[in-house]
Ligand binder design. Structure first.
Ligand code: GLC
Ligand code: GLC
Length: 654
């Protein structure tokens, strides 16, 4: 029951007037906090009201829920630690000036599991100098909240949003770490796993014990009638688990919606009480010093019968409403969307009013796709169509993450390039599992679906890039090519636009770790192959030998990071693909037309020439400077320039 747009400001004014006494009372001991709260409330409320009306306006108790949401926001702002309020002001000012932090070329992200990287939070603090030396300014710590005992999907089965997993540390340690990081200029990102909780979260336990209100936090069905009706329309996310997206829970005598694993219970956002509760959990984390919440599994948060229950309009409404609440109560908080779906849908979550930043899974798969095909046609075509984002939003670029690689390019883009998407995915799966003749990739098939023939790929960067196979065969030329592929991939994600994310371990060219197969809680999930445990002794030994793949990869990465952090032309998201005539080379322009940088990337193992005169009109007649190697490059009017195998050049006009 949306309100007519013209009536929104009036309705917002009325709401503020009606709720002011109650809200102001929250600040009775700290009255100075009320005016800034009121300013932001008045600014955000028309939009929030509209969103909540659309979601919950049909409820007889709508106004009561609205009041509860705003009280939650007020209390969170009152509790917000003073340094974070100061940082809020900085973030707001930067965004208002069109310079949000994620557009800054000095930003470099790293991702790690606390236990696998450094044992626990204390160990992680001791490793901060390591991250400093890499140039890291953004740290995504993989799920570290209290998780289900036994299998927990790597912590994505959260048992409490308010406690840190005891083996890793405590909430106050986390809060201290967040503040310490921020003083060093590093933003902390944590997952907000809001699509589901573990089956042993307090709410789930209460539900099992018969608490009706808590049962309404989830999707529960007395019998199979509804599940049977819904099932055929739903995507199987983890086909290995068998069955469908519903799990019978004997303690309840009910069938619970479980999109992911059977122990991950989907939350019911059509219930406004759950919405408010999750807003409170979100603000709790923000007030511990989390600068960025990675919104996990966003496509799935709203269900609608007769659809696949992904990417529903209300899913956007929920995130936008959280965004507005964040603006009111923790204005420096940013969202990062994790939507691993059709590229149109990926982008649909990204805007200043929704998730300000997002993974760019399309670029990620196209990097691997171009290496397999030695051709940039699909990559260029897709990036020209889809790299652009609304103002004030940005990408997070990455080569691989903790999850599998699913070939999420658009079928229509492939068709426009004369390819069949289905066949192309089959080829890529064969290539990256090393089954395709000549492939040196050592990926593992993840969740092979025998019904649809579909699968995704697990694997560490080094193993997918051919290092594992080459080293096993003592193939020195193969090692060189693999290292060059790794440099190329890093070179692209560091220069193409957005905050690059390094999955820690990859910077040392760590290969697949097959130990997961011996762990009963991990052996059914080969994503653990690419979530290796950091071996610091080995790292030190390798780094001491400049010829080792680890030392060479780290050195190359550091060099690329130095170039990135030094070049304002690499700030911001604007990027133009250049249509050079050689399809083996990806070319793009960054920075202003009058002082651009041009990046050339050869996706093959042979030298490639680029002779398009357009480069001369961009960069001048030379000599140019290649910034990574810091050497001059001469343009030959007859032959152009020649890139080495897998070469990546960042060219400036000199
Ligand atoms: C996200 C995570 C993935 C997890 C899933 C369920 O997609 O990245 O690792 O399995 O959500 O929480
Ligand atoms: C699917 C989901 C994504 C999740 C992944 C886990 O791709 O869309 O959210 O990360 O499965 O493997």
């Amino acid at each position: 029951m949306p309100i007519a747009p013209a009536d929104l400001p009036r309705e917002a004014r009325r709401t503020v007037a009606r709720l002011t006494p109650g809200l102001q009372r929250v600040f009775k001991d700290e009255p100075v906090l009320w005016p800034p709260f009121l300013i932001r409330l008045e600014r955000e409320l028309p939009r929030l009201l509209d969103l909540l009306h659309r979601l919950y306006g049909w409820r007889y108790d709508f106004h009561w829920h609205l009041e509860q949401v705003l009280l939650t926001a007020a209390r969170a702002w009152r509790e917000r630690p003073a340094p974070w309020r100061a940082w809020d002001a900085e973030e707001e000012a930067a965004a208002a000036a069109g310079r949000p932090w994620f557009h800054d070329n000095r930003q470099v992200g790293a991702v790690a599991y606390v236990d696998r990287f450094a044992h626990d939070l204390e160990g992680l603090r001791e490793r901060l100098p390591y991250l400093d030396r890499l140039g890291v300014t953004y740290l995504h710590l993989m799920p570290l909240l209290r998780a289900r005992a036994g299998e927990s999907d790597g912590g994505y089965a959260v048992s409490s949003y308010r406690e840190v997993e005891p083996r890793l540390g405590t909430m106050s340690q986390l809060a201290q770490l967040a503040t310490e990081l921020r003083w060093r200029g590093v933003r902390l990102c944590l997952d907000f796993v809001f699509n589901h909780t573990a089956d042993d979260h307090d709410w789930a336990l209460a539900a099992k014990a018969g608490d009706r209100d808590k049962q309404d936090y989830y999707w529960m069905f007395d019998d199979r009638t509804v599940p049977d009706r819904l099932s055929p329309g739903l995507r199987e996310i983890f086909p290995d688990r068998g069955g469908d997206a519903f799990t019978f829970v004997p303690e309840l005598g009910k069938h619970v919606w479980t999109t992911f694993n059977t122990y991950q219970w989907d939350l019911n956002f059509s219930n406004p009480a759950l919405f408010r509760q999750m807003a409170e959990e979100m603000l709790f984390l923000a007030n511990r010093g989390v600068s960025v919440l990675r919104l996990d599994a966003v496509p799935f948060i709203w269900k609608r019968e007769g659809t696949d229950s992904e990417n529903q309009p209300e899913a956007h409404g929920i995130i936008q409403a959280f965004n507005a609440i964040g603006r009111i109560a923790a204005p420096g908080l940013a969202f990062k969307s994790e939507a691993i779906v059709h590229p149109d849908q990926v982008t649909s979550y990204v805007s200043p009013q929704e998730a300000q930043v997002s993974y760019n899974p399309l670029l990620m798969v196209l990097l691997w796709e171009s290496l397999a095909t030695r051709d940039t046609t699909l990559m260029r075509h897709s990036l020209i169509k889809r790299f652009g984002l609304p103002d004030g939003a940005g990408w997070m670029t990455y080569i691989r993450c903790h999850d599998d690689i699913g070939w999420g390019f658009a079928d229509e883009d492939a068709a426009e390039c004369g390819m069949n998407g289905f066949d192309h995915r089959r080829f890529l799966n064969a290539f990256y599992t090393g089954r395709f003749p000549g492939s040196v990739a050592r990926g593992l098939p993840f969740q092979e679906n025998r019904r649809t023939g579909d699968m995704r790929i697990s694997g560490a960067l080094a193993s997918l890039a051919g290092l594992e196979a080459a080293r096993a065969k003592r193939d020195r030329a193969g090692v060189e090519l693999a290292l060059a592929r790794i440099r190329l991939l890093y070179g692209i994600i560091l220069t193409i636009g957005g905050v690059p994310l390094i999955y820690l371990g990859d910077e040392l060219a760590v290969e697949n770790d097959y130990a997961f197969a011996d762990d009963p809680h991990r052996r059914d999930d080969n994503r653990w192959a690419h979530r290796p445990v950091m071996d610091w002794q080995r790292a030190e030994r390798d780094l001491a030998d400049p010829a080792s793949p680890a030392a060479r990869t780290t050195a190359a990465l550091r060099r690329l990071i130095a170039v990135r952090q030094d070049q304002p032309a690499l700030a911001g998201p604007a990027m133009t693909i250049l249509s050079v005539r050689n399809a083996h080379v990806l070319a793009y322009r960054r920075g202003a037309v009058d002082r651009p940088l041009v990046v050339l990337a050869n996706v093959t193992e042979t030298p490639q020439g680029v002779a398009d005169a357009g480069l001369v009109s961009l960069l001048g007649s030379g000599p140019w400077r290649e910034l990574v190697s810091d050497t001059p490059v001469a343009w030959d009017p007859a032959a152009g320039v020649t890139l080495p195998p897998y070469g990546l050049w960042v060219l400036s006009g000199g």
